[in-house]
Unconditional design. Structure first.
Length: 315
């Protein structure tokens, strides 16, 4: 059943690409803007869902075993902190939008600058050294902080102090991911407007909430390692799209030269994947791919006996 669902998903994506290739006329000029809003929706959804998965992993590590150890009354502290972090992320979005709106610079320069910021965020997210630190450091530190808070509670610490200590853990787990998403989405917003970005965010949040319900409400153990690998591959594709689009924006802003290459690249490749027949755009995408793959090889493959990150339910 799972293989059938995966096959159907692949067929749907392939059908979308074929439809786009047949019906879209594209932009014959390699430096003309033309990335389709649908591609922006997909990019946004993938990033939001990926960040949501990582937030769920941290929350699951924080809440694991709390009910079994008699701390069920503190379980709601974590989602309270997570809810506050979500609201803080929304507030951060409006603050960043207002700051960008007050920047006195040409629109193309602002888009190129925010695009560079988005690339940096994606490169950090896709760096395998970062993820090794993330799993062993960030998640582990949250679990250790939870243990210290509960130990202090057992020794007679005030109930309110324990509650808000756990709420702070939930807050940091969500807001870190939310802050990264806010920074990344600014470039997409400037390119295609609010509607596609909000649509992609809604899709990503819906998928994240579905996974959270399965993990925390239904106590289901999900194949998080496989999910992270799949979303990591998709995020790698998003990175290449963003790098190609950023190189094109830098060309339009005059930050980067334009050296056309006589390659038979179809127009839909530019619309969906920002693949343009210029030396600069193709070289930038090749460099980004090299950095991601190189960091993976340098970080080292996990040993056969090492298990991927498991996510227990909160009960």
């Amino acid at each position: 059943m799972k293989k059938l669902a995966a096959a159907l998903a692949v067929l749907v994506v392939a059908a979308v690409f074929v439809w786009q290739a047949v019906t879209a006329h594209g932009s014959p000029d390699p430096t003309a803007r033309g990335l389709t809003p649908a591609a922006m929706v997909l990019s946004t959804a993938v990033l939001v869902f990926r960040e949501g998965l990582e937030a769920i992993l941290v929350l699951a590590a924080v809440t694991a075993g709390m009910a079994r150890t008699g701390r069920r009354d503190y379980l709601r502290a974590v989602p309270v902190g997570g809810g506050l972090a979500f609201l803080a992320s929304v507030a951060t979005w409006f603050v960043v939008v207002a700051v960008i709106a007050h920047i006195n610079a040409p629109a193309l320069d602002v888009q190129a600058a925010t695009g560079l910021l988005a690339i940096v965020v994606l490169l950090v997210i896709m760096n395998w050294f970062f993820h090794k630190v993330y799993w062993t450091g960030w998640i582990g530190s949250h679990a250790n902080r939870r243990n210290r808070i509960l130990e202090a509670d057992a020794e007679g610490a005030a109930h309110t102090r324990t509650f808000w200590g756990l709420a702070l853990l939930g807050f940091t787990a969500i807001y870190r991911e939310g802050f990264e998403v806010v920074l990344f989405l600014q470039n997409l917003r400037l390119q295609v407007g609010d509607a596609p970005v909000l649509a992609g965010t809604a899709v990503g949040l819906a998928l994240t909430v579905s996974v959270a319900v399965l993990v925390f409400a239904a106590n289901r153990r999900l194949p998080f390692k496989r999910m992270l690998v799949v979303t990591g591959v998709l995020l790698g594709a998003v990175l290449l799209v963003m790098v190609g689009e950023e190189a094109q924006e830098m060309q339009l802003a005059g930050w980067l030269g334009t050296t056309p290459i006589h390659l038979a690249i179809p127009d839909w490749a530019g619309l969906w994947f920002s693949v343009f027949p210029t030396v600069q755009t193709l070289a930038a995408q090749a460099l980004a791919a090299t950095l991601v793959i190189g960091s993976y090889l340098a970080a080292g493959r996990p040993s056969p006996g090492r298990r991927g990150p498991s996510v227990p339910g909160p009960a």
